[in-house]
Design a protein around this ligand. Structure first.
Ligand code: PLP
Length: 284
């Protein structure tokens, strides 16, 4: 693969970053994953807007413009011949040359890395036809989940716990309510109504979430943005999650309880179709 590191395109084997980089020693970095369909970027502006917000919240200064980000994304897609997959982008605070809790002085350049991941089969994912199974785990993450940082250890632990239990993913629960999935936003459907947690510092403001809710509204579907419990999810007709690379993913089991007839429900299936169709049409 050809990757991008701090202004240079190079083979991945040649890319090196300082052992003192704050992304490496402190998890002091933010990231984005933008989906690629038909060799084009979906939801690019949404992901770049969230990146700008994450950087601002953490006071990481990175002067790459939106046009330049687009050029880098497109060049990597072209150089690596990606048709279906994604572009991973990470910006860390860089380093002043030694481990230090204090931020490095102003003017220290951030470390900027982008690379592509080719993943044919995102659209025709057999998992979406069958639906996936989730377990719940306590949400033990920090309280600024609205910032997309690379501090993903707890999300990794949750995914491993799900795998160990023979399931596909984990939902986080805090104060009795579901916050979000390990790497996605989650929803239940009851009596035709779509219920999903409202936006706050408790969850990542999913770009897919925003678009899916907008499309659901346009399709005259009823939406309620509020927290829900595991009990409520287990009594729901359907459930699903959203993320940039899984789009809308039907969920058919929550903590061992099968939802409805155990197959992806009509609302989930319809939203998946609409979302893939629309994001494909507006890809750039
Ligand atoms: N919530 C968390 C914790 C995530 O890690 C992600 C994606 O990585 C999402 C939600 C979904 O966000 P998006 O739709 O922007 O991919």
């Amino acid at each position: 693969r050809t990757i991008y590191l701090n202004g240079t395109y190079m083979p991945e084997e040649e890319a090196t970053v300082s052992i003192f980089d704050r992304g490496f020693v402190m998890g002091d970095a933010v990231y984005e994953v933008t989906c690629v369909l038909d060799g084009k970027l979906t939801e690019f502006d949404g992901h770049m807007a969230r990146l700008e917000r994450s950087l601002k919240e953490l006071e990481i200064v990175c002067d790459i413009t939106r046009e330049e980000w687009l050029e880098i994304h497109r060049k990597l897609i072209e150089l690596n011949g990606v048709e279906e997959g994604g572009v991973y982008l990470q910006v860390s605070r860089g380093t002043a040359g030694d481990r230090d809790f204090h931020y490095p002085p102003a003017g220290t350049p951030p470390t900027v890395v982008l690379y592509t991941q080719s993943k044919p089969g995102l659209v025709n994912d057999p998992k979406a036809d069958k639906g996936i199974k989730v377990i719940s785990v306590p949400d033990l993450r920090w309280h600024r989940r609205d910032i997309k940082t690379v501090q993903l250890l707890y999300a990794s632990m949750a995914k491993m716990a799900a795998e160990k239990a023979g399931k596909d993913d984990a939902w986080f629960v805090e104060d009795g309510y579901v916050t979000e999935g390990s790497s996605n936003n989650c929803y239940i459907v009851k009596g035709g109504k779509i219920i999903t947690r409202d936006l706050s510092h408790d969850i990542l403001h999913g770009i897919t979430r925003g678009s899916v809710l907008k499309m659901a509204k346009e399709a005259q579907m009823e939406i309620e943005e509020r927290p829900f419990t595991i009990d409520e999810a287990q009594a729901a007709d359907e459930a699903f999650y959203t993320s940039a690379s899984a789009f809308v993913m039907p969920i058919v089991e929550v903590d061992g309880v099968v939802l409805g007839d155990g197959k992806p429900g009509p609302v989930s299936k319809r939203l998946r179709e609409i979302y893939i169709d629309e994001s494909r049409k507006s890809a750039i």
